[in-house]
Design a protein around this ligand. Structure first.
Ligand SMILES: [Zn+2]
Length: 459
């Protein structure tokens, strides 16, 4: 009989915490690792949840998909953006390939699956769903079923960067309790060949509580009662790993993975503010207080470079013939991109210390059908220890808040994987790529890997 594969996706579950700092307190994960191949995986650029989960599911780099972040510029508009959604993604994700091979999938809470669609099984969408009143399940009737099982299903914790922290912690537990209840029920009572469930709480917990845990963080409050919040959440997830494993059959393959990790973030670098200071961007009116880029009055006829997106900077050249009011000639493009890259690499942090900033030109990181709409430069300030902020109107280049409230962690370029029961000799295997996991699963399941897939199976 062909093997079934169960994937537990732990968004942002980070190697330095689960493989090192907390390992002794995670008995189920540790026991599983003893019998598995495991290690760090190289994420994609940019390591956002939306780009990462889509890249994983396609086994391809983000240039193969028609979006560049949670929001993407519509036809290179300066002000009109769309939210990443399943209608812009080609039907070439793992469950689409499996459907073609007659396999049944259950897909719960994987980012960029709204609106849900027929996967020859069940699809429950994730946190980019526009509202819980929407149809976020396929087939539709599943919504009622999961609400019944979970006692009211939760897609995400609203406003987690602004609510009182103890409430946030409890809601993050409650949300994943519900999701695991549904998952466990479906493992037992539904028909599936491939099952993937992704947690959202594991991402939110880092963003909300990193400074509570990290004594060296500038926002650390020594009186915090929540210094163990992240550790306690990892322990909670570890319990769930045990519960899921109990339900899997002897022949089932169990893969635990994250899309990227997490690390401390000391604040934000205000990229557009810097572009203004350096003369690349001009304003018709300077906002008196921090204002979203798309709401600010930019003098497009005199702007050569601008930045969209937070955390990871996505920088665009205001190119003639592409942008609505582009002024940079095609012939000037390469030199300008190089000049901006060199200047960014020289930026020091707010204390004048050198940063380990990473800058990528689009041709270095993207290939495929949708390279054109990708940003011209992607920047990770100080290897993500500083987040990018696109707002205009900050007094200084560095600031400690962005548009959505407190946040003391950024993503980290490496994620994790633990692959159990796939016939490999147990042990550590480092430096696989996130996009290797999709063809790995197909090979385990005996399904042909499409030729467009760039990742390489590790089995
Ligand atoms: Zn993520």
């Amino acid at each position: 009989m062909a093997k079934r594969v169960f994937v537990l996706g732990l968004d942002a579950f980070t190697p330095q915490l689960c493989f090192e700092q907390f390992k002794d307190q995670l008995p189920n994960l540790s026991a599983l690792m003893e019998e598995s191949v495991w290690g760090r995986s190289n994420g994609v650029i940019p390591p956002l949840s939306c780009t990462s989960w889509v890249a994983f599911a396609k086994g391809r780099n983000p240039g193969a998909s028609a979006f560049h972040g949670f929001t993407t510029r519509k036809n290179f508009s300066y002000t009109d953006f769309f939210v990443a959604n399943s209608t812009v993604i080609e039907r070439e994700r793992i469950w689409d390939i499996l459907k073609g091979a007659g396999k049944k999938s259950i897909v719960i809470n994987v980012p960029v699956t709204y609106p849900p669609y027929d996967v020859n099984g069940i699809m429950v969408s994730s946190f980019l769903t526009p509202g819980e009143d929407r149809d976020y399940c396929y087939p539709k009737a599943i919504k009622e079923e999961i609400n019944k099982i979970a006692g009211g299903y939760m897609i995400d914790v609203e406003n987690f960067k602004k609510k009182p922290k103890d409430i946030v912690f409890n809601e993050l537990i409650e949300m994943e309790e519900k999701r695991f209840k549904v998952t466990k029920e479906f493992i037992k009572n539904k028909d599936w060949d491939f099952f993937i469930m992704v947690t959202t709480g594991t991402d939110r917990i880092h963003h909300a509580f990193w400074a509570d845990m990290d004594k060296t963080h500038p926002d650390h409050n020594p009186d915090t009662k929540l210094k163990n919040a992240i550790k306690d959440y990892y322990k909670f997830i570890d319990g769930k790993i045990g519960e899921v494993r109990e339900l899997l059959g002897e022949d089932d393959v169990f893969l635990i993975m994250s899309d990227h990790g997490a690390r401390e973030m000391h604040g934000f670098f205000n990229v557009n503010q810097w572009l203004i200071q350096e003369g690349y961007m001009k304003m018709l009116e300077t906002p008196k207080e921090p204002t979203l880029f798309r709401e600010a009055k930019v003098d497009w006829e005199n702007t050569r470079v601008f930045c969209t997106g937070n955390y990871i900077a996505r920088i665009f050249i205001n190119l003639r013939g592409r942008e609505p009011q582009g002024i940079v000639e095609e012939s000037e493009y390469n030199a300008l991109v190089e000049e901006v890259k060199e200047k960014i690499l020289k930026i020091k942090d707010e204390n004048g210390k050198e940063m380990q900033t990473l800058v990528f030109k689009k041709e270095e990181i993207y290939s495929g059908k949708h390279v054109d709409l990708q940003p011209d430069l992607v920047v990770m300030f100080d290897d993500l220890k500083w987040g990018a902020n696109q707002m205009i109107g900050h007094k200084a280049l560095f600031s400690h808040t962005a548009d959505k409230g407190r946040n003391s962690a950024n993503h980290y370029r490496k994620g994790i994987f633990v692959l159990n029961n796939a016939g490999l000799k147990p042990g550590k295997m480092d430096d696989i790529n996130l996009i290797d996991l999709m063809p790995t699963i197909l090979k385990i399941m005996g399904v042909e890997i499409p030729k467009e897939v760039e990742g390489k199976p590790i089995v």
